[in-house]
Design a protein around this ligand. Structure first.
Ligand code: NAD
Ligand code: ZN
Ligand code: ZN
Length: 385
């Protein structure tokens, strides 16, 4: 089959590799019908998450079941499914406590309680480096799905692939950012980053009863997307003025809740880049620091943007003085996917309106480059293998 294979930073190739096989009686093999490139893939692409061995990328995918292992009971050949990006066994302590992202069984080699930089990570993730289980991802013609009775969700016939694909990651991630920020009726919500995750957070904020939703970014075309698809008021992030502007628009206090949907690859000055390098930080906490400055006293910040190492100059004194609640992590997709599938079916939320590029698998390396460099007004690329 054809697959998108990571070799080293900025070097990904479309190659012919062996078809996946059933390795465990609980596996299923899917023929991929649609997959996407995520902002998280860029962290691997840009070398922020190390990966030595070649690996098929991709954790946002859906497809049709081709084959199931002997113990799989809920799926059969021909079923059309979407698959959450975290791999959950469904029966360990964490999976039973609604914490599928911390599954104790899906990342046997590198799992542990510590959450260190290069070991003792969380549960397995599709196509997300050997640190997270080394599972081949879904930017391919086929993929092996472990624990097939637990994770895949069948898709109702009336919904198209594009309508449901983002249930694998960005829609639940955006939704969870709003849940974690405890957004209630009447709240004002600001989202740093008008990329796919930020856009889903803004859409979700309205459905939680927000009275004002702000989208902040450094790229004007992404802000246009936030206006168009999430009805957000937008603010350009520049020279610290954005914090002042947010306060002016929220009675001088700052928003009740702020989401960091930019993460460690946030845009920073050359001087800040040098400082971060000197401190051996991977990327920067610039966006998180902005979120902490902007949010009102006693407010809530949720961090969906990914961070990877220890970061110096973390503004803990400010968090303490302002009495903030901070919550973040990888999204427990399994806990929200069914509810969100219903909202899509009922027409209450739409995710596919952020797609800007539809490509075949051979164009994937070029699409990575375009998405990474924010060329051609790219917001979200879907791949039909
Ligand atoms: N927690 C999770 O489970 C989860 C799931 C999916 C993605 N993510 C992470 O969420 C983040 C966003 O993902 P995405 O797919 O939307 O990626 P993306 O890279 O397309 O979006 C990031 C956006 O942030 C903007 N940005 C950069 N610097 C900024 C700044 N200083 N202030 C405001 N905006 C700034 C960029 O211009 C871009 O529009 C990434 O870090 C990704 O890894 C996390
Ligand atoms: Zn993702
Ligand atoms: Zn588990």
């Amino acid at each position: 089959m054809k697959a998108v294979v990571f070799h080293k930073p900025k070097d990904i190739r479309v190659e012919t590799v062996d078809d996946p096989k059933i390795e465990d009686p609980q596996d299923a093999i899917l023929r991929i019908t649609l997959t996407a490139i995520c902002g998280s893939d860029l962290h691997i692409y840009n070398g922020l998450f190390p990966q030595i061995n070649p690996l098929i990328l991709g954790h946002e995918f859906m497809g049709v079941v081709e084959e199931v292992g002997s113990e799989v009971q809920n799926l059969k050949k021909g079923d059309r499914v979407v698959v959450p990006f975290p791999i959950s066994c469904g029966r360990c302590w964490f999976c039973e406590h609604g914490l599928p992202i911390h599954c104790e069984n899906s990342n046997r080699d590198k799992y542990g309680p510590e959450g260190a930089v290069l070991d003792q990570k969380g549960g397995g993730l599709f196509g997300y480096t050997d640190l997270y289980g080394g599972y081949p991802g879904g930017q391919a013609e086929m993929v092996r799905v472990p624990y097939a009775d637990v994770n895949p969700r069948k898709v109702p016939d009336e919904l198209t692939d594009e309508q449901v694909l983002f249930l694998t990651d960005i829609l639940p991630t955006g939704w969870i950012s709003i849940e974690w920020a405890d957004v209630k009726e009447g709240d004002s919500v600001a989202v740093y980053g008008c990329g796919p995750v930020g856009l889903m957070a803004m859409k979700s904020a309205w459905l939680h009863g927000a009275s004002k939703v702000f989208g902040l970014d450094v790229e004007p075309y992404r802000m246009d997307m936030a206006k168009k698809t999430a009805n957000a008021e937008t603010i350009l992030v520049k020279d610290g003025e954005h914090v002042q502007k947010l306060r002016e628009m929220t009675d001088g206090r700052g928003p009740d809740a702020v989401v960091d949907a930019a993460g460690m690859e946030a845009h920073i000055s050359a001087v800040r880049k040098l400082e971060a390098a000197v401190h051996a930080e991977t990327g920067t906490i610039e966006a998180l620091s902005m979120a902490i400055s902007s949010v009102r006293r006693g407010g809530r910040v949720s961090v969906m943007g990914v961070y990877a190492t220890v970061y110096d100059n973390f503004p803990f004194g400010q968090i303490f003085d302002k009495g903030l609640t901070l919550r973040g992590g990888q999204a427990p997709v399994q806990d929200y996917i069914d509810q969100l599938m219903d909202l899509i079916r009922e027409g209450k939320i739409r995710a596919d309106d952020i797609i800007t590029h539809r490509i075949g698998i051979d164009e994937a390396p070029q699409a990575y480059k375009m998405f990474n460099n924010k060329e051609d007004n790219c917001v979200k690329v879907v791949i039909k293998p």
